[in-house]
Design a protein. Structure first.
Length: 413
């Protein structure tokens, strides 16, 4: 199987069907809407201007590019509508390595050649992000090709398979035309996405968040540093920002909006759905450095008469984060906190078991106005998985989870 590098292809002599020299390769192009990895054409610099040589008309790639058609049959390269030009759009550009979970710069592009139905096919194998690609380009034309290839054999490759590469395109219209999305990136853990996004330039961050599914974007947004969160949200349209904020945990959304200028925060709130807007608005009324300011309003609270079966059925439809399901809370008819039941006890108990029989003692809670130090000490002292927050009437108003405490402590580092 023959292999090529982009830096080797660029500048290659191109011959037409008559054997005449017609020009040199100026660009190697993909048509992502047709095939993300297969080369669709060469842009050839000729005496009469740039021409498009479809790869389907390439007969050989030995000692140059040899076509099966004549120069007269190659159409003028008027623009590059719908084409991804590898030298212009990929070489020396930053891309996302979804396998290594990092941002890398492309030094060269590697291809492999295969034959199907008696026709040549050239596909991208991967991108070179190491010294080999950089040296190949630096020494091209300076030292003999044979000597250069011997030297490159002594340099360990650093290649990322093309299947693990996510492209970054900041132009929204071009993203649509080229069908560039971040499906691969979206499969990573939100914390990994956040680490990658923080390494990007502001316009690249915006491009990523414009493309990600709202739920994925919300998870990643929660993991970003507060300054980066603010920057990303301020760069997005109000509609898009609202869609993402709606999917965030209410406490995280409230913290984010509290950091924004009031006018911007109100613009986003207006675009949110009524239910989510009310939840976040209520949390915005609390001071951030209190238990109420750190709590989430997504938790499971059942009647004191509920059974283990009722708890399991409620968990099936619960849409909050997993941490909020570690404890089921019991309340009376007035909303007063009456007990807390660990999930482990519910799973092991017969379905008819009353939850009151499974409550954990002592029942630990804190007041809504409790300071950060106070509720952090309760987590540490009692090894809590969740901490219920109550008002002056002992009515359950929210819960604090370990990640809330971790985020609080991280912000102080």
């Amino acid at each position: 199987m023959a292999t090529f590098a982009l830096s080797e292809l660029l500048g290659s002599t191109v011959y037409d069907a008559t054997g005449a020299v017609c020009g040199r390769v100026r660009e190697v192009a993909l048509a992502p809407q047709e095939d993300r990895s297969r080369v669709s054409s060469f842009i050839v610099k000729t005496a009469s201007g740039n021409r498009v040589l479809p790869f389907s008309a390439v007969a050989q790639m030995v000692s140059g590019i040899r076509a099966s058609t004549t120069l007269a049959e190659w159409t003028p390269a008027n623009g590059a509508e719908g084409l991804f030009l590898l030298s212009r759009d990929l070489l020396d550009q930053q891309v996302i390595d979804v396998h290594g979970r990092k941002v890398v710069r492309v030094n060269d592009v590697d291809f492999y050649q295969e034959t199907a139905q008696n026709r040549l096919i050239l596909k991208i194998e991967g991108v070179d992000v190491g010294a080999r690609g950089a040296i190949r380009r630096l020494l091209k034309g300076v030292v003999p090709l044979a000597a250069l290839r011997l030297l490159l054999q002594r340099i360990p490759p650093r290649e990322i398979p093309w299947e693990f590469v996510d492209l970054i395109e900041t132009d929204p219209a071009r993203r649509v035309k080229l069908k560039i999305s971040h499906d691969r990136l979206a499969k990573l853990h939100p914390a990994d996405i956040a680490d990658i996004v923080e390494d990007l330039a502001p316009d690249e961050r915006e491009a990523v968040f414009e493309t990600l599914d709202e739920e994925v974007a919300a998870g990643a947004m929660e993991e970003l540093e507060p300054k980066v969160q603010k920057s990303v949200v301020e760069s997005l349209d109000s509609d898009r920002a609202a869609d993402i904020v709606e999917e965030m945990e209410p406490d995280a959304a409230a913290d984010l909006l509290a950091d924004l200028p009031q006018e911007r925060s109100e613009e986003i709130l207006v675009q949110m759905q009524p239910e989510e807007r009310q939840e976040v608005t209520e949390l915005l009324e609390f001071e951030e450095n209190t238990a109420a300011g750190r709590m989430t309003t997504e938790y499971i609270a059942l009647s004191v008469a509920a059974t283990a079966h009722d708890a399991i059925e409620t968990m099936r439809t619960f849409e909050g984060r997993m941490e909020s399901m570690s404890t089921i809370f019991l309340i009376d008819s007035k909303g007063t906190l009456a007990g807390a039941v660990p999930l482990a006890k519910i799973v092991l108990a017969p379905s008819s078991t009353p939850l009151l029989a499974l409550t954990q003692e002592p029942l630990i809670s804190c007041q809504a106005d409790a300071k950060e130090k106070e509720f952090a000490e309760l987590f540490d002292k009692y090894n809590l998985l969740t901490l219920p927050v109550v008002d002056e009437k002992n009515q359950l108003t929210g819960v604090i989870t370990p990640d809330d405490v971790i985020n609080m402590l991280r912000a102080k580092l």
